[in-house]
Design a protein around this ligand. Structure first.
Ligand SMILES: NC(=O)c1ccc[n+]([C@@H]2O[C@H](COP(=O)([O-])OP(=O)(O)OC[C@H]3O[C@@H](n4cnc5c(N)ncnc54)[C@H](O)[C@@H]3O)[C@@H](O)[C@H]2O)c1
Length: 284
């Protein structure tokens, strides 16, 4: 999708981190931007920031884990700006713990936002994006955790592997059916955002995430979200599918693939999400 200016972008999880950086990027590219997030105050602040810079913006409080809420988002976006050209299914939460200790609610929350959020986004927006026939693009935010597995992150890994699988499937389908819709999947390593504070949005109240100390330190050393948004911008314009922003982690992806094809059991390797640092226990 080479021409961005004048088109309309929708970004979920737009009030913070990678979503906020994507929203700024699309506004700078001259797109109308629809901001969706579950946190109303930061959402409003983001809208005000972009409006002050002269962008055309609509902010819609949205819970991406709710089908009805995402349907309402799609209606509001189309009512305000007409056809949607760029859909960024980005909202996500980090949650985990030892699989043996996780509750149904733990799985529900992470899969509800990270997996169902993407599914609802595709279901609500894709038909319109196909119907208008103009160049369009879908960006699904997965993670390196959609390509390699790390202990203590079961629900998150499951959600992100699923997002990669859905994105690849969608890519094939869009190609096979000759549509004007491109697809990218974003698979970053650590990015400097508020992901380690995700449970602020958990229904039923915040709980301290497993390995909070370790998480905040790796997040603090992560990539600037603006750099990630820049990589996504380049991928959308060039129609690139895989957007990997942390080359130091690709050997771990290769090692996993090699283990699969050569019949070896899974191994934890330096260069994965925690590098040589291993979480010490489930309760640190
Ligand atoms: N930060 C990282 O290191 C990293 C790495 C790989 C992938 N990701 C992915 O990037 C995406 C963005 O996360 P981030 O790192 O910017 O975190 P963040 O917490 O800074 O931003 C996430 C945003 O999503 C919103 N959100 C949470 N639940 C929601 C819901 N139910 N409905 C709508 N909005 C909701 C939050 O309010 C927040 O504004 C996520 O999908 C995350 O899994 C992050």
């Amino acid at each position: 999708m080479e021409q961005l200016a004048g088109g309309t972008a929708v970004v979920t999880g737009a009030a913070s981190g990678i979503g906020a950086a994507l929203a700024r990027c699309w506004a700078e590219a001259g797109m109308n931007v629809v901001l969706a997030d579950i946190e109303p105050d930061p959402l409003e602040a983001m809208a005000e920031e972009l409006l002050a810079e002269g962008a055309r913006v609509l902010a819609v409080p949205t819970d991406v884990s709710s089908a009805g809420s995402v349907d309402a988002l799609a209606k509001a976006a189309e009512a305000e700006f007409g056809p949607v050209h760029l859909l960024c299914n980005n909202a996500g939460v980090g949650g985990g713990g030892l699989i043996a200790t996780l509750s149904e609610a733990d799985w529900d929350w992470v899969l509800g936002v990270n997996l169902w959020g993407v599914i609802h986004g595709l279901r609500a927006f894709l038909p319109g994006m196909l119907a208008h026939g103009q160049p369009a693009h879908v960006v699904n935010t997965a993670s390196v955790a959609g390509l390699i597995t790390t202990p203590f992150m079961g629900p998150y890994n499951a959600s992100k592997f699923a997002v990669v699988a859905i994105s690849e499937t969608l890519y094939h389908e869009m190609r096979m059916t000759g549509t004007a819709v491109g697809v990218s999947v974003l698979c970053p390593g650590w990015v400097r955002t508020r992901i380690h504070e995700s449970s602020r949005n958990r229904p039923g109240g915040s709980v301290a995430p497993v390995g909070e100390g370790l998480l905040s330190s790796v997040i603090a050393s992560g990539l600037d979200p603006a750099q990630v948004a820049g990589a996504v911008h380049a991928a959308v314009v060039a129609d690139h599918f895989y957007v990997l922003t942390h080359p130091e982690m690709t050997p771990a992806v290769e090692a996993r693939m090699e283990a699969i094809v050569s019949g070896r059991n899974p191994e934890l390797r330096a260069g994965g999400l925690f590098g040589s640092v291993q979480p010490a226990s489930a309760s640190d």
